[in-house]
Design a protein around this ligand. Structure first.
Ligand SMILES: *Cc1c(COP(=O)(O)O)cnc(C)c1O
Length: 402
């Protein structure tokens, strides 16, 4: 009988949690901490050299709207985590989404997008794209066959999904949609993060993140990022240098600081969110809990094939409607009322009156965004403390109904 087993054979391929600590840091020389380059411009030794830098996509030594070392370090780090050739950072998640759509679509073109979208993305597709002669077809992402059938050969320029979707956590079937030929396949993977899912491995062309959320992870950076093959990222850069939604070096620097702890933060947030989701499912006054990690998630089979964790966000529907939601939020003490997600603090959001208030009521109803729906973004506090707060608030909500 042996008392000690041999240690497992070492894996030569570093895990993403390890990659996140060092990725994108080639420009930092011997500084162990990330280096901040606040400069807006760079001097060059000759006109020829300056001209060359100005023409080179994502060059980091010409002018910071066209590229900056701190900003590119952040984008390179996320590209490495996504298994992408190249990355480009933007002033926000919406800066990334708007720049990608405007860079890759043109008048007379067509976009197929899922109906369940982040509100500003939805408004971009419904209000802005038509003004530029770009037609958009919105489809329920749970109906993969309908998404594929909506693609028009020769006309559809983009197939756009967001997975898991905010706030009701529908997921897009990445393998089935990644196999579609013709349009460029673009995914907003903010809720997934590259540690939970890697859409490029499933055939997607461009991955976008609102890095304002879990990637930066501390609610102190507003920044977006797009990842993909070098040629498509260069094409996006050609447009974005004109559009000018470039990321701030300071936010990118905060972003790199955040990325290095992404692994441990997600581990804790996934574990706490999963446990809370299971507890909330047992509460009678809650009619539905939306969380990708639950067996009861309507697309759990797809989740299992493409995600390694349920993520840090969940939403639930209070049977008592708006009055119950108001009573719940009012009774919270630890959990604070704010939009956004992925930070150290647990946050609650009432989508119907906050993040999704700009949508017409009939759209909200179709998307399942009821008056009783609340979204929790789980932070890094101890599970017992979050549960104590939530449980007290549920008791306060139980006596309130519309
Ligand atoms: C927050 C968010 C965005 C927008 O990102 P900003 O950084 O706020 O511009 C886009 N998509 C999803 C899924 C988001 O959560």
């Amino acid at each position: 009988m042996t008392l000690r087993s041999d240690p497992p054979a070492p894996s030569r391929v570093p895990h993403p949690q390890t990659v996140a600590i060092t990725a994108g840091r080639e420009r930092d020389a011997s500084s162990l901490a990330p280096v901040l380059w606040p400069t807006s411009t760079f001097h060059a030794p000759s006109i020829a050299e300056s001209a060359k830098r100005g023409r080179t996509p994502r060059s980091t030594d010409f002018y910071s709207r066209l590229g900056n070392p701190s900003v590119q370090s952040f984008a390179d780090a996320v590209a490495e985590l996504e298994g992408a050739e190249a990355g480009l950072a933007f002033s926000s998640g919406m800066g990334a989404i708007s720049s990608v759509v405007m860079a890759l679509c043109s008048q007379g073109g067509h976009v197929v997008a899922q109906r369940q979208l982040f509100t500003s993305t939805s408004l971009l597709f419904q209000l802005v794209c038509p003004r530029f002669g770009i037609e958009v077809t919105l489809v329920d992402v749970a109906d993969t066959a309908a998404m594929i059938a909506a693609v028009r050969p020769g006309q559809t320029q983009l197939l756009f999904v967001e997975t898991p979707a905010n706030p009701t956590m529908e997921v897009a079937d990445l393998a089935a949609l990644g196999a579609v030929r013709g349009p460029l396949k673009v995914v907003d993977s903010t809720f997934g993060t590259p540690l939970l899912q890697r859409p490029i491995d499933h055939g997607f062309d461009v991955v976008i993140h609102s890095a304002t959320k879990a990637l930066s992870g501390h609610n102190d950076a507003t920044i977006g990022v797009a990842l993909g093959d070098e040629d498509v990222i260069d094409q996006i850069w050609g447009y974005s240098a004109i559009h000018g939604a470039c990321a701030s070096p300071f936010d990118a620097w905060n972003g790199i600081r955040g990325l290095r702890t992404l692994g441990v933060r997600l581990e804790r947030q996934n574990a706490t969110a999963g446990e809370l989701a299971r507890r909330l499912e047992l509460i009678g006054a809650i009619t539905a809990v939306h969380y990708p990690g639950l067996e009861s998630h309507p697309q759990h089979d797809i989740v299992r094939t493409q995600m390694s964790g349920g993520g840090g966000c969940l939403s639930f529907d209070l049977a008592g409607g708006r009055s119950a939601a108001m009573a719940f939020v009012d009774a919270l003490e630890l959990v604070r009322l704010a939009p956004s997600l992925g930070g150290p603090e647990t946050l609650v959001n009432h989508p119907a009156s906050m993040t999704h208030a700009q949508l017409p009521p009939e759209d909200r109803e179709e998307l399942g965004i009821t008056e009783g729906l609340l979204r929790l973004s789980i932070g890094l506090e101890h599970l017992d403390d979050i549960w104590c707060d939530v449980e007290t608030a549920l008791r306060a909500a139980a006596s309130a109904t519309d």
